[in-house]
Design a protein around this ligand. Sequence first.
Ligand code: URA
Length: 197
Amino acid sequence: MMEDFQQLQQTVESCTRCDLCQGRHHVVFGTGNPQAKVMFIGEGPGEQEDLKGEPFVGRSGQLMDKMLEYVGLSRKTNIYIANMVKCRPPQNRDPSKDEVALCIGYLRNQVYLIRPKVIVCVGRIAATALISPTYKVTKEHGTFVERNGTLLMGTFHPAALLRNPDNKSAAMEDLFRLRDKLLELGLLQPEEPEHNC
Ligand code: URA
């Protein structure tokens, strides 16, 4: 494991372990607060993310940011966001098992350095890789499982919510459960009541 976050980022940015390096504009290492207690882990960069070098900046990312704001979470302050694979799979296909296997060491190194108390797996690819190979988001979303002192939860991918908005309220429920858990653990400060004077 690398002990230095910047050194890890530089290593990942020059990675050529799999063929995804050939079509990339940018490696999408991750974004947010490396001291955060909560990590969100998606699948892999899409077109906008590849162009910008930052995770979740396209339409689904905008939806995710909006939903996170409701529960007092933001990449600017108190969460860190990364993906299972750091380079864009062509035509936004799912990353293959081999691509995930070749890239997951970088994610494990990020988790080792950030030491989050809670990891949210955003969508099937992250949840099946990190929680259980048989994980079903529609059935198991919103429940916490504990692994070596870290809580893991799976939830809907925002791209799936854009395709099927019916699941948006269930996805918000997951985030409210996350907020409640963070408040319970003292990892999030309760919101100040608004003063209307
Ligand atoms: N979808 C993901 O899973 N990750 C991103 O960074 C963007 C879209």
